[in-house]
Ligand binder design. Structure first.
Ligand SMILES: *Cc1c(COP(=O)(O)O)cnc(C)c1O
Length: 349
């Protein structure tokens, strides 16, 4: 392993299996949404513990259609946490509903049920709950708030809540298969639900040329080339999860003795991100990058700052303190060790 090569923050695990399946699909000539997408949907729904699934073009599209399938429209309010990417904000705004921004629980970095409760009004019709960095949110407390929950599993494919797939909780669950996610189809997404009628509604809205009466629909379809890659990735999901677990163990063993605050261990979580809690993330990320390690802020900018209101103190604190270091199946043991060996100058403080 070359000592001076830069270790990227994220990298997909793609190989012969994915290339082979994509090539077969190309050679078949059936490249648009078709039978392979249906197979991917069925296999994915089964892997998520049984239910129904609709494949779409992106995670953002999955969020948009899940909101529409729940009947969200202008005049409604939809709650989201501040500490998350702007995809959630966009999806809410696509529907014309008003986003309500809630703070997070500093322990889990997930939306805080207590803070959310204070921000609910008579108009709040849904909450989008991302399971941040692979750690399932408190779905018991959130389900008790009396509003529909969309679980955002973009970072938590295969995570367990209790002994069930986290996708089984809430009215619907959405997924992203963007290149940096737990499994990838390049771009891609999925809406999963135990409710067949909800998923049928998503399938109706994702294509514009449905034969029944006219309403505004979208072109959010997944292609069979993507679905073929998705099937190959799904076959490897368990292997991906185990490899992520092994890297997290290696980090814990190397970094805890240095006094670093390593991420929360919760049974069933997915190690989508490995986030260190430091005094000030900025300089730490800079020195890691100078040492050839692709460290990054796990969230570029909290959503409440885009609105210019400083009303989410726990999110501000998490943003200031969080450093994400590389963790993905394509990372070699040599890479992991090189990241850990940065200890003397980079990690000690
Ligand atoms: C990546 C991500 C999305 C958006 O998915 P895209 O496929 O990039 O549109 C939404 N929510 C969360 C939590 C994500 O991590």
């Amino acid at each position: 392993m070359c000592d001076t090569g830069f270790i990227p923050h994220s990298r997909p695990a793609l190989g012969e299996a994915e290339a082979g399946r994509a090539a077969e699909t190309v050679m078949s000539g059936l490249v648009a949404q078709g039978k392979t997408t249906e197979r991917f949907e069925r296999a994915f729904a089964e892997r998520m513990g049984g239910g129904h699934a609709a494949a779409v073009s992106t995670g953002t599209a999955a969020l948009h259609l899940a909101l529409l399938a729940l009947g969200i429209t202008k005049g409604d309010e939809v709650a989201i946490p501040s500490y998350v990417c702007t995809a959630l904000l966009n999806a809410v705004n696509y529907t014309g509903a008003t986003p309500v921004i809630a703070d997070i629980d500093p322990e889990t970095l997930n939306i805080s049920p207590n803070d959310l409760k204070k921000r609910l009004t008579g108009k709040t019709r849904a909450v989008i709950v991302p399971h941040m960095f692979g750690l399932p949110a408190d779905m018991d407390a959130l389900s008790n708030l009396g509003i529909p929950v969309i679980g955002d599993c973009a970072q938590a494919v295969g995570a367990l809540y209790g002994n069930k797939q986290v996708a089984q909780f809430g009215e619907a669950a959405v997924f992203s298969f963007y290149a940096t996610k737990v499994m990838t189809t390049g771009e891609g997404g999925m809406v999963f639900s135990k409710s067949k009628s909800l998923v049928d509604r998503v399938k109706n809205l994702r294509a514009y040329d449905n034969p029944d009466t006219y309403e505004i629909r979208y072109n959010y379809k997944m292609t069979d080339i993507q679905a073929a890659i998705g099937l190959a990735q799904l076959d490897r999901l368990d292997e991906f999860i185990r490899r992520r677990d092994a890297i997290a163990d290696r980090y814990d063993n190397a970094l805890k003795p240095l006094g670093l605050k390593t991420p929360k261990r919760v049974p069933g979580r997915i190690w989508f991100r490995y986030i260190l809690n430091v005094d000030d993330a900025g300089p730490r990320i800079e020195s890691l990058r100078k040492a050839g390690i692709g460290a990054a802020r796990p969230v570029d900018i909290p959503i409440h700052r885009l609105f210019g209101n400083a009303d989410c103190p726990m999110t501000d604190r998490a943003w200031r303190a969080s450093v994400s270091i590389p963790i993905y199946p394509a990372l070699s043991d040599a890479d992991v060790d090189r990241i850990c060996l940065g200890k003397s100058s980079i990690y000690r403080y």
